[in-house]
Design a protein around this ligand. Structure first.
Ligand code: PXP
Length: 248
């Protein structure tokens, strides 16, 4: 794979959301993960939330068993999640902020204020070989703190850019994009690997995919929604096509 290849991590959380609406066994997130793999996903992302509102512990057990591509395990910085991650040793662990009352991961992690605690939290994960990523806003203070605590990867939160775009606030969207561009370059200059995600759609993906420092995008909700109309495979293939076009 070329140096310029932009990885696509497909987040399958919301296959589980639909399953859990009825409490049964379908649609099966593992089946979606295998299909995503065949459609060209470079990795599968799943967020085991404290309240288990979508992905379950059993889903994580299954993903660890069936996947041929790396699992990016998203989790809050809690003792319970650390134990689960240390047991499974997924390829990557992405530390995200989590509030019970939020509908989705609303902001980036406050790393600068919790530097010591987070440094101790991620050390054992790194020791067992997980690539630790920190989900943060495009904010120089947070990037510097993520670097100091020993993270190898940061994932930049693209939600503010995508929200502004969806609401037609194009000046704000352009400003958010400019921050993402500058902070991708800044993080890269510190030696951090840069990922990005949250809220990305066919309409918003290309400018982010074009940043040469960004190595991976993690995309879920839009793709799972679009798969109702197109099917999961074509929905992923179209995202892949747009990413490749932006990167060319
Ligand atoms: N990256 C991270 C760290 C996330 O928490 C999420 C949402 O779970 C995503 C990417 C994917 O966001 P979306 O589902 O809006 O594409």
């Amino acid at each position: 794979m070329s140096e310029n290849h932009l990885r696509l991590g497909v987040n399958i959380d919301h296959v589980a959301t639909v399953r859990n609406a009825r409490g049964g066994a379908y649609p099966d997130p593992l089946r979606a993960a295998k299909l995503a793999e065949e459609a060209g996903a470079d990795g599968i992302t799943a967020h085991l939330r404290e309240d288990r509102r979508h992905i379950s512990d059993t889903d994580i057990d299954g993903l660890m068993e069936v996947l041929s591509v790396p699992l990016n395990f998203e989790m809050a910085a809690t003792d319970e999640m650390q134990k689960i991650a240390l047991r499974h040793k997924p390829h990557a662990v992405c530390i995200v902020p989590e509030k019970r009352e939020e509908r989705t991961t609303e902001g980036g992690l406050e790393v600068a204020r919790e530097e010591n605690k987070l440094a101790h939290f991620i050390a054992p994960l790194r020791d067992v070989g997980c690539r630790v990523s920190i989900f943060i806003a495009a904010d120089q203070r947070q990037i510097e703190a993520a670097h100091r605590i020993g993270a190898e990867v940061i994932e930049l939160h693209t939600g503010a850019y995508c929200d502004a775009h969806a609401e037609g606030r194009m000046d704000d969207a352009a400003q958010e994009l400019e921050s993402l561009r500058q902070m991708s370059a800044f993080a890269h200059s510190l030696g951090l690997e840069v990922h990005a995600g949250h809220g990305l759609t066919y309409d918003t993906v290309k400018p982010v995919a074009a940043f040469p420092e960004v190595k991976e995008l993690n995309i879920g909700h839009f793709l799972i929604g679009e798969s109702i109309f197109l099917g999961l495979t074509p929905a992923i293939q179209e995202m892949r096509r747009l990413m490749d076009e932006a990167r060319a």
